[in-house]
Design a protein around this ligand. Sequence first.
Ligand code: TYM
Length: 328
Amino acid sequence: MKRCLSGIQPSGQLTLGNYIGAIRQFVQLQDEYEMFIFIANMHAITVAQDPKKLKANTKDLVALYLAFGLDPSKVNLFVQSDVVQHAELGWVLNCHTYMGELNRMTQFKDKTAKKETNISAGLYTYPSLMAADILLYDADVVPVGVDQKQHVELTRDLAQRFNNLYGETFVVPEPVTAKIGAKVMSLQNPEKKMSKSDENPKACIYLLDEPKVARKKIMSAVTDSIGIVQYDLENQPGVSNLLTIQSSLSGESIDELVAKFEGKGYGDFKGYVGDTVEAFLSDLQEKYRAILQSGEIESVLEQGAKNAGNIAFKKMRKVKKKLGFQLF
Ligand code: TYM
């Protein structure tokens, strides 16, 4: 069985973008692949975190993974810091990553554009750690949103570089992005990605938003003055984004939606999308609360870390041998 791996940072509340671009794919792929899904808490500390909040966000993320239907009997679900080999391989790959490559990472450039001081070295070398996450498990496919694709491309280069230097060691992974929804946009500025770190809470649907509040955010989403419900990324990015959200959540195709709203105004259309989002969040949150109360999170993570740790240990032993670290 081929392997699939991905992770999400527990930094702040998860958004509808995280679901549509990433988690939705994890759920779809779990029947076809051997799955490794983790909580990237070591990536989260590349920027300042409050330990109490980090802990709560980590638990929330596991509960959400389960509420979305990730099945722990099929998926190895674990916390990154529970498998020490991530840090170990991260260092090794750091030593094989060029500064020129890291300088080209658009996410690093975006994240540091407004900040001139106290940028951590970890934020800079974050892609090498991400490569370690992926290569430790010989992942064949890595489902991600568009914003993470460049990091997976770098991972491919690092795998090939290491294999060329030391002989076949790592599988070269493929990034997989959703056909629609690989980049869900901000509701207030549809030229920008929907991001959990957006300062304007109206720009973003959080998965744990009060469902009625989420509906209101859809109703006040920025659109345009054209007045026709159609998919046109260039001239109608706001409406196109709402079409993407609706289609991703309900399974209706964009064409079906466009036909349904022919001759109707944006008010009707937004009301329809708002109702879908509200119902979707109500259902999700009910499951999420039940999971938090069930007490199953701890045992799921323990088992996940054990399974992942066994594989990571073997891979790291091989890497150390190749590097000349193992003397006997
Ligand atoms: P993170 O935590 O920023 O985001 C998690 C996933 O959600 C996707 N995503 C989106 N997709 C569509 N539209 C959006 N607006 C949107 N916002 C976020 C992201 O592309 C991502 O797939 N570095 C990673 C975590 C990570 C990882 C890994 C992923 C660490 N190691 C190994 C894959 C493999 C990150 O910060 O994602």
